[in-house]
Design a protein around this ligand. Sequence first.
Ligand SMILES: C[S@@+](CC[C@H](N)C(=O)[O-])C[C@H]1O[C@@H](n2cnc3c(N)ncnc32)[C@H](O)[C@@H]1O
Length: 273
Amino acid sequence: MKAREAAAQVRAELEAAGIPDAAMEAELLTRHASGLSRSAFFADEPVAEGAWDELNALITRRLRREPTPYLTGLREFHGLELVVGPGALIPRPETELLVEIGLSELERDPGATVLDLGTGCGAIAIAVAKAAPGTRVIAADVSADALRVAAMNVKRHGVPVSLVQSDLARAIRQADIILANLPYVPEGIIETLQPEVQHYEPRVALNGGEDGLDLVRALLTDCESRLRPRLVAFEIGMGQARHVVEAAEALGAEAGIEHDLVGWERVVTARWA
Ligand SMILES: C[S@@+](CC[C@H](N)C(=O)[O-])C[C@H]1O[C@@H](n2cnc3c(N)ncnc32)[C@H](O)[C@@H]1O
């Protein structure tokens, strides 16, 4: 069978199960199982007989709602292909805003040390290190599983990112720019998230405590009392920006809100004089 006909069959199965973006997912799964490149897929080359068992196994897992990036083992972020696996959150496109904020701060202060706190698969740190060579970049996470995935990506992209296991910034002595996509989902709503997220992504990457902001507040306190970065930028969820701004201002910071491409309040920045 030709590649596009195979993908059409996969798409029909995914759509019947109500899986969104079925066309894109079908292409990714078909290409992954068959080993066809993007151009070979669009040239409609045949899917080898032997690839069908693999493709059917992938469909079965996807119908159980396992996320496609965990099935293919790859995810694109900021133009980079990253390895992903169940030990680390799948990086989301909206998180690229933190990278952009970090890069524009680096333009003002090229010698700054950047800390990606809660690095997961290393996405933010590696994107910054790639776009701003020569920058000292530290990637920290409490999770050894996440750091194992991050180490694969650091190696894959050949960037000089230092990986550190740390509960919040406790193991970090100094940082000028902190980019923090810490867990911010309120504990009580985790059970209402899509099955892909609640059943497959690590709880430690999601659970931000009762209102989702336990770790954000703790890091703000550490920034004010000890680290004194020139900038800390937090990715946050819907309805949380105002609370984070209030918490930062209560600690004497100048706080701001940045919007993502769809206009949502996505990042809160805090600066101390
Ligand atoms: C929302 S995920 C973000 C992952 C990655 N930065 C990204 O954007 O794809 C949050 C990350 O914070 C880490 N984390 C959770 N609690 C932490 C803590 N107390 N100290 C450091 N990292 C923590 C999790 O292991 C997870 O990798």
